[in-house]
Design a protein around this ligand. Structure first.
Ligand SMILES: CC(C)(COP(=O)(O)OP(=O)(O)OC[C@H]1O[C@@H](n2cnc3c(N)ncnc32)[C@H](O)[C@@H]1OP(=O)(O)O)[C@@H](O)C(=O)NCCC(=O)NCCS
Length: 116
């Protein structure tokens, strides 16, 4: 994953430094984090946070085979919730289509003005 590419970086305005990252990890925001294996090879990951947010990543050469669909379905079956959220960068058309096709609806598109 290209972490410095803003297209793939939805939760940070800029990369956190080590202590910010450590603080984040120690806050234990994730409920589950699964590594996706195919023939014992790692091909992606999917997580669910305590705020019911889903993040999913499938390696490029394994995309468009229905793996994302199956993994998302399995995650939700294993971790039943009343609602799930997915924070997607508006430029990430592929993921927007993926979540829409899997029943998710757009609920907000947020702009911010920060006064210093
Ligand atoms: C979004 C993402 C997870 C989708 O994963 P995926 O495994 O490709 O998803 P699927 O295979 O279930 O569906 C993708 C497409 O392939 C199609 N497809 C599914 N099985 C197929 C098959 N056997 N043959 C051809 N096409 C197929 C689906 O219909 C869907 O079509 P669409 O693009 O027209 O909507 C993947 O693109 C990804 O990891 N992106 C980068 C990370 C990211 O941006 N994550 C989201 C932010 S959390």
């Amino acid at each position: 994953m290209k972490e410095r590419d803003p297209k793939y970086n939805i939760s940070h305005k800029k990369m956190p430094n080590y202590s910010q990252h450590e603080k984040f990890v120690l806050s234990k925001p994730y409920d589950k984090w699964y590594i996706i294996l195919k023939s014992s090879k790692e091909i992606g990951s999917i997580y669910l946070t305590k705020e019911n947010e889903i993040g999913i990543f499938i390696k490029k050469n394994m995309q468009k085979k229905g793996i994302g669909f199956n993994v998302l379905k399995t995650l939700m079956e294993k971790n039943p919730r009343k609602r799930y959220l997915a924070n997607i960068n508006p430029m990430n058309k592929k993921s927007i289509r993926f979540f829409k096709n899997n029943g998710f609806k757009l609920i907000q598109y947020t702009f911010e003005l920060e006064i210093k």
